[in-house]
Design a protein around this ligand. Structure first.
Ligand code: KIV
Length: 292
């Protein structure tokens, strides 16, 4: 299962990401929450795989991301890391595991590297997280910032709302962006920000921005894999920025329904799905059963 792709790429490093940014080539990022979703993202050539805390909702069925624990994230990080041969893997720090003090965040980040086997971490927040980011990056752990809409703070933000729609709030996001850059982030996710604001922030920064709901002017893009592959039942709410590139749900439904039909009708398993036995051995077995 963990076989490397036939056309194996070189391992993506921070150097690779910096070089893509320098050349103006878009950075591709995608979430993966387990071994198979990481395997396909890596084989498909993603530069970065993010074990986002969105897994709380889309993979574990939790109400929101605040419920997930570090231990649960680490289990998923390890499975993603095992599957990923080339992409740069980042693990998301869950709510409550880093905001108390830089030391707490540093200890959690170390667990992600040692136990989660990821290459970097992501944490939400701007200016107020600068000293925390500084502490982690100074210890040699790459940090991806996350500003704009920060879902872990949805209660304070009044829900999943677009951020930076006024000059004042756009300025606040720019200040956050400059603060996380100054603190040492190698890149920053910009979530749910008007495209023109995100583009101007991207032009102002020297580190790459990774947009989600922030338009084409960012240095790269990230999407949640279950959303963009259409791996969910019809009728589920999808944010405006999500483009559904596939219909995994329909494909899986088709396959599982066909399997159900064939099991009921006894068309499955067919002869080609069974293991052969020498005729004389079977006859001997049949005789032995009769003589019981
Ligand atoms: O948790 C997540 O998947 C994320 C991305 C959407 C950026 O934070």
């Amino acid at each position: 299962m963990g076989a490397a792709p036939a056309n194996q790429r070189k391992k993506v490093t921070l150097g690779t990401l910096r070089s893509l940014h320098r050349k103006g080539e878009a950075i591709t990022m995608m979430t993966a929450h387990d071994f198979p979703s990481a395997l396909v993202a890596d084989h498909a050539g993603m530069d970065v795989i993010l074990v986002g805390d969105s897994l709380a909702m889309v993979a574990l069925g939790m109400e929101d991301t605040s419920e997930i624990l570090v231990e649960e994230m680490l289990l998923h990080c390890r499975s993603v890391a095992r599957a990923t041969k080339s992409a740069f893997v980042i693990g998301d720090l869950p709510m409550g595991s880093y905001e108390v003090a830089p030391e707490q965040a540093h200890l959690t980040a170390i667990r992600y590297i040692k136990e989660g086997r990821v290459q970097g971490i992501k944490l939400e927040g701007g200016k107020e997280m600068a000293s925390t980011i500084q502490r982690i990056t100074a210890a040699g752990i790459p940090v991806l910032g996350h500003i704009g809409l920060t879902p872990q703070r949805q209660n304070a933000l009044g829900g999943f709302r677009v951020q930076g729609k006024t000059c004042k709030s756009a300025m606040a996001i720019l200040e956050d962006a400059l603060a996380v850059q100054e603190a040492g982030c190698f890149a920053a996710v910009l979530e749910a920000v008007p495209a023109e604001v995100a583009a101007l922030i991207t032009e102002t920064l020297s580190i790459p921005t990774i947009g989600i709901g922030a338009g084409a002017g960012c240095s790269g893009q990230v999407l949640v894999q279950t959303d963009m592959t259409g791996n969910f039942p019809p009728g589920r709410y999808l944010p405006k920025f999500v483009k559904k590139y596939g219909d995994v749900w329909s494909e899986a439904m088709k396959a599982i329904e066909a399997y159900r039909e064939e099991v009921k009708s006894r068309d499955y398993p067919a002869k080609e799905h069974t293991y052969p036995m020498p005729q004389e051995e079977f006859e001997a077995f049949e005789k032995a059963v009769k003589n019981l």
